[in-house]
Ligand binder design. Sequence first.
Ligand code: PMP
Length: 983
Amino acid sequence: MSDAAGVDFFRSGALPAPLVSQAEAERIAAAQFGLAARARPLGSQQDSNFLLTGTEGPVLGVLKIANPAFTAAEIQAQDAAAGHLAATVGGLRVGTVRHGPVTVTTASGPAAARVLRYLPGGTLTGPGYLAPAVVAGLGTIAGEVSRGLRYFTHPGLDRVLQWDLRHADRLVARLAGQVRDPGLRSGVQEAARQAWSRVQPLAAHLPWQAVHLDVTDDNVVCRTRDGLRCPDGVIDFGDLTTTWAICELAVTITSVLHHAGAEPCSTMPAIRAFHQIRPLSFEEAAVLWPLVVLRAAVLVVSGEQQAAIDAGNAYVTGSLDHERQMFTQATSVPPDVMTALILADLGLRHPPLRVSGGSALRLGRCEILDLSSQSDVTDAGAWMEPELADRLATALLAGAGPGGVDAVATRFGEARLTASQVLAQVSPATVATGVDVWLGRPAELTAPWPGELTADGPDQLVLTGNGLALTLSWSGSGQVAAGPEVTGPEVTAGAKLVTLAGGSRLRVTLRAATAPPMPPLVRPEYAPGWLALAADPAPLLGLPPALGLPPAQGAPAEEDLLARREKSFAAVQELYYRHPPQIERGWRHHLAGTDGRVYLDMVNNVAVLGHAHPRIEAAVSRQLRRLNTNSRFNYAAVVDFTERLTALLPEPLDTVFLVNSGSEAVDLALRLSMAATGHRDVVAMREAYHGWTYATDAISTSTADNPNAVGTRPRWVHAVDAPNSYRGRYRGADACRYAPEAAQLIAGLAAGGRPPAAFVAEAFYGNAGGMALPDGYLAEVYAEVRHRGGLAIADEVQVGYGRLGEWFWGFEQQGVVPDIVTMAKAMGNGYPLGAVVTSRAVAERYRDQGYFFSSTGGSPVSAVVGLTVLDVIRDEGLQANAARVGAHLKARLEELATRHELIGAVHGSGLYLGVEFVRDRGTLEPATEQTWAICDRMLELGVIIQPTGDRMCVLKIKPPLCLDTDGADFFAATLDRVLTEGW
Ligand code: PMP
């Protein structure tokens, strides 16, 4: 029995919320606090809470009628702590007391009533997804509360709460019987027992202090910044007590675990954020996850008990599923692994696993099989072959010959691309916790040290000794030794353990004797945790240890690379993501991270054929072996290529200039138009991007690429409105008014003595997210510019080359023929290639400008690449695939638009599609921040997608044209999930 001055759960038992009706609450508000208010019940487990709104509608506060079991000192402590935090923690909103406390009579007895400050903005309650930044925000608030309450004392903190994790073991013991499902009951008991056994030995080292003990998703209030939630307030001090300081964080992060898609590693941002404000000691970090398990166990048993005694409390019954979910997640990864992960992440020392000498096997001549994404054996999509490692190892052994190898072995800690999965929302287990060996000749394994030997089935032995567990498992013919050395489970160093025949496969894993058994492969997010409990068994096999830290261990390799990049790379060259994965390999429409995670690539329009296309690789290497020079020499490839290009274009577009990029192509097109017309002015379309060179930058008015674009154009550039029929000045049928306006601008220029040299625009509006121009737009504008002596330039850099499905070129959609066409991107499948195609007459006028030469434009290799790209587009039917898969995908996205308000429109054709997000379908307010957040969440779920457009609220869907319906369906399903669960 405790002698706490305040409530003692173990004395008073369960504390059902006091019975107070809505009408009573309104009476209390009026009589006690003079507030004429409507009272709406808010959920609470042990108190009765009501939101009070005045007759005019403003929120007056929260009426809180405390559980009658709480003493006046306890209530005062809570109000004092709230006031203390409000006064001392800058920027933190706190639910402080405004009126009261007063004692009121309820059906459950006399209770303290008060009105608390209402913090608007909403909490994180509910099952929705919590983004890492939001989880970090939760951790920050928990950290600030913890730091703020560090020296807070009050007699009302002397209480024994069921939520205080110092009492978790006896609480679970007492309430477990309430859990009706026997499987869950024993699971909770066992997990709590194990967790408690990890906390107990360190308990004496855990600092104590006042804690809020309920800084959870339900009690953190958010302000909305740029449309996204941002935790900045804390309410409900009802569980305030003195206990281990670390309980604050344990309680907070447990509440993350029931949210959509959350798993143990999803809590890391909160742990890091807390640690930054209030650093964890080694012992605190070491007990954190066991405390999470205990918190989840306490929630499950308490929830079941509360539901049994307070069946009418919808808040309690509604929480049961969430509580079970938290428990399931808290126990989904062994606690020691989570502890090691947390320690590694926070940079706290984890006792290294000591392996002192010993030998199990001398493998002799052994070839190391590298299965990582950077290994050549994973070329050409070979990593997708299910038995690749077996096939390669067998071939290496068979082909070895007299000077060859005796064995083939893999590397410890390596992230294997061969273990990956495509189209997976959850990262697959790719990181090896041991070494796999293929034996070319018989091998006898011996005990490297004395220990206890256990047989775990017919093909697995575990030798435990020296604080280590060595696991040997094999397939093929193994014979467990039964010599004099193995007389019982105790074996001596050097004892024969098993003899394996040549052709057998062996797996060797080495872990701390106390560590949980290692799965052969673990997910990269948890690999630092697992690997901290394991050691590289290579030295026991006579092999060198795996070189350096494997990517999944210790500091993330991506961060090092980013730091190096920042040092040597101009900062204006932005990255796609704030935390980008390191990607070193692509195959078809997949991109592989170095951790073995494979992403669906929905943005790489340049890799039109798919990544790493073998025909490109073969053609380029063949040509590089033969000749690579410049187009002043006479060779066939450049002629073949220019003929192929002109054959793709209508008359009179029969003359080609080969360059290296889209920017160069558009720049040259501008110069051609000026040379041909003698005019100096150019009319371009607003919101466009045409390149980075001096001239192409001048005609680019996309504010997404340059926020000052519109205001800083040189005098020779004249912009017409973007003819956006969805959100522009003229919408729907009215969009036909853009063309006459553009024509008028051109006519006005001519009338003012500055007739334009050219009108330049994308023929299908790629930069706006793949929108078709209004019908007849280009016909009318081209006619006007020509009438004034200028030329029509179609920028096909993004949209041309078959991507639109129905049309090879965007201008075909408009039924026009430009005077000059620019192209790049898809032309080279990633190899730098660009072209300008025009009529002979226009090209001839360039002679007046002198000579045209580009050192690498049209080089033999460029020409061969260009030819091969066209061959593959034809041979693999990629334009037809774009039409077919694109139509399927567009239909799926349009179906999503019927269910998700955020989707304002689905634009595009073929595999150039745009999903435009709006906050309001009436005002079309762009959902810019939401779009960025959705892209981040899509990355977590295995999809690479980015925003486009001036408002950055359109998902630009322009994948390699080999995308299949499985990929399209995965994209649509993943977007559906994100829009459903939140971002
Ligand atoms: N024109 C358009 C329409 C483009 O989208 C781009 C590139 N995004 C360019 C020109 C410039 O091409 P590059 O990046 O190859 O110089």
